[in-house]
Design a protein around this ligand. Structure first.
Ligand code: AMP
Length: 153
C-alpha cells in the first residue's frame, strides 16, 4: 500500500525486507567496497556523483532510530574510514553524508543506510534546499530540556 495523508499519520515501517536485504543475502549483486560482521558498503547504483557509496547494517531495520547500539558503533567506526577511502580514490575533498528516514524525508529503500556523496563541484553531488528559521530562545530552552530528559542526558 502506498501511504497518503488520507491514511492518517505516517508510521515508519518497522520491518525491512528490501532490495538491500537481497544484496545482503547475495540474491542480487553489488559493487562491494567493504564488509565486516555487522556492515556492508557498496556503490550506489544511481550515483549523484562519482564515488557515491552506501553503507548499510546487516541488522534489518528500516530507520536509524531502530538501530542497536552495537551496529551503530560499527557504522561509526567505519564511516570516517570509508570517507577517507572515497576522498583518496576520487580526489574529491568535499562530501556529504546523508541518511534519510521515511518517505517524506526522501527514503526510498526501507533498510537503514548512509550515503557518502562526493561534492566535486557546485552542480554535482547532493543539492540541498536549507530552509532555516530563527530559533526562539524560550522555545529552544524548553525543547532542549524535553529532549535531554527523554534521552536521559
Ligand atoms: P534513499 O532515498 O536514501 O532510500 O536512497 C536509496 C538509494 O539506494 C538510492 O540512492 C538508490 O540509487 C540506491 N539503490 C537502490 N537499489 C540499489 C541497488 N540494487 N544497488 C545499489 N544501490 C541501490
Amino acid at each position: 500500500m502506498v501511504w497518503s495523508p488520507a491514511h492518517g499519520p505516517y508510521k515508519l515501517p518497522r520491518m525491512a525486507d528490501t532490495i538491500f536485504s537481497k544484496i545482503l543475502r547475495g540474491d542480487i549483486p553489488c559493487h562491494k567496497v567493504y564488509e565486516d560482521d555487522l556492515i556492508l558498503a557498496f556503490l550506489d547504483i544511481g550515483p549523484l556523483s562519482y564515488g557515491h557509496t552506501l553503507i548499510i547494517p546487516k541488522e534489518e531495520v528500516a530507520t536509524l532510530d531502530q538501530l542497536s547500539d552495537e551496529t551503530a558503533a560499527a557504522i561509526g567506526r567505519v564511516l570516517p574510514r570509508l570517507c577517507r577511502a572515497i576522498r583518496a580514490v576520487t580526489g574529491v575533498e568535499q562530501f556529504n553524508v546523508l541518511q534519510n528516514n521515511g518517505p517524506m524525508a526522501h527514503q526510498a529503500v526501507f533498510h537503514v543506510h548512509f550515503h557518502i556523496i562526493p561534492k566535486p563541484s557546485a552542480d554535482q553531488g547532493l543539492g540541498i534546499e536549507w530552509r532555516s528559521k530563527k530559533l526562539d530562545p524560550e522555545e529552544g530552552a524548553k525543547l532542549a530540556a524535553a529532549l535531554s530528559k527523554e534521552i536521559g542526558g
